[in-house]
Design a binder for this molecule. Structure first.
Ligand SMILES: Cc1cc2nc3c(=O)[nH]c(=O)nc-3n(C[C@H](O)[C@H](O)[C@H](O)COP(=O)(O)O)c2cc1C
Length: 367
């Protein structure tokens, strides 16, 4: 297995990285009261020492009272939390890495198993986090305007702290995705509508505000998924034409890189072609893309939450698609959560040292 092509540098605006491996954003809930600790900084620094090209942070929530359902998920606002993030990026840069925060609003959530709830009800397009399940408020025009502004502020703060890029979390059934999906967006105003392209409006406004706040030269990524944890087989876009109607307005609003989340990267997006989501996104928009989903592992991540282990697997199919030009960057989640030195092992062909993934790695910050 020749992995050389994954070790060529990549540059786009503010982003200059030494290889094509991206650490996927992974919620860790190790930031008490929303403040990333010295351990969190050491955990990210370790991945930079392990030669990860670009680190995307765990989802970190924007300044809205009910943007989170978990007191230990980091904030991306407030003096203390931003000082914690300053430590994180300083450590990553010292180790020669690059990093962007994944800015996040969870939208309507189920209550967390810890029993913690925010001091105001969850908020979303129509109070729903899946069809028929109401657990919060329908956002008013001023809620929407304030939320868009809070995304912009978080992006501006990412830039001033010295991060290399920012990623907007638009995937996996959270706030922005709740606007995209007709199963959770029943609005009849300008933020709703029968077509996906109409329901893209909220995402577009978030991106425009982020772009306005960071300027033209700062790399802006958006993470998207067709599936939701509550609906694995969901396809927001059922055809390439619908996908184009979804992604093109996001690209025009200021996206540089589409981070296309799948559970298994090798699954074709539409019949009649083996292109995956990242492959189609690149073909339809001409923008750079990141693929992700079970790279180097036998099993997928949602099953991991149910206790399933995964063994290391070959990168041949990934490399076939990468070398064909389907995508520019490769997201790797669980392997990097379990092993900070996964990238070195891949580069040096030390496949017998790869560890695979067990759920034990979820309970600690593996150093
Ligand atoms: C513990 C854990 C936490 C995750 N948290 C996030 C998150 O905060 N934001 C996000 O976009 N995806 C999140 N994901 C999904 C990962 O970014 C990634 O897409 C997924 O794990 C598939 O990649 P993998 O098969 O290489 O693990 C999480 C995954 C795991 C395992």
């Amino acid at each position: 297995m020749n992995t050389d092509s994954l070790f060529s540098p990549f540059s786009l605006k503010s982003l200059n990285i030494k290889n094509r491996i991206v650490m996927a954003p992974m919620t860790r809930s190790f930031s008490p009261n929303g403040v990333p600790t010295a351990d969190v900084a050491a955990y990210y620094r370790k991945r930079a020492e392990g030669e990860v090209g670009l680190i995307l942070s765990e989802g970190t929530v924007i300044n809205r009272v009910s943007s989170s359902n978990d007191a230990n998920v980091p904030h991306f606002y407030g003096t203390e939390a931003l000082a914690g993030w300053q430590n994180v990026i300083n450590g990553v840069h010292t180790a020669g890495g690059a990093m962007g925060p994944q800015i996040w609003h969870m939208g309507i959530m189920d209550n967390h198993h810890s029993g913690w709830v925010p001091s105001q009800p969850f908020e979303g397009p129509s109070g729903l986090n899946r069809p028929g399940n109401n657990n919060g408020n329908t956002m008013t025009d001023s809620d929407i305007a304030d939320t868009i502004a809070a995304f912009g502020q978080a992006a501006a703060d990412a830039k001033s702290l010295g991060f290399d890029c920012v990623e907007i979390h638009g995937a996996h059934g959270y706030l922005i995705d709740q606007f995209f999906w007709d199963g959770t967006n029943e609005r009849t105003d300008a933020f709703g509508g029968k077509t996906l392209s109409e329901r893209t409006r909220f995402g577009v406004e978030v991106i425009k505000e982020v772009r306005r706040r960071v300027g033209d030269d700062f790399a802006v990524i958006i993470r998207l998924s067709q599936f939701k944890p509550s609906a694995y087989d969901n396809k927001l876009a059922a055809t390439p034409a619908e996908m184009e109607a979804w992604l093109s307005p996001l690209a025009d609003a200021g996206i540089d890189i589409f981070h296309c989340s799948q559970r298994r990267f090798w699954e074709p997006e539409f019949e009649g072609s083996d292109l995956n989501f990242a492959g189609w996104a690149k073909k339809l928009t001409g923008k750079a893309t990141i693929t992700v989903g079970s790279v180097g592992l036998t099993g997928e991540f949602m099953a991991a939450f149910r206790g399933e282990s995964s063994q290391p697997s070959s990168l041949d199919e990934l490399l076939r698609r990468f070398d064909r030009g389907d995508f520019d960057l490769v997201g790797v989640g669980r392997p990097l959560l379990a092993d900070p030195f996964w990238v070195n092992k891949i580069r040096e062909g030390r496949t017998d040292e790869l560890k695979g993934f067990t759920t034990a790695a979820l309970g600690e910050l593996v150093m």
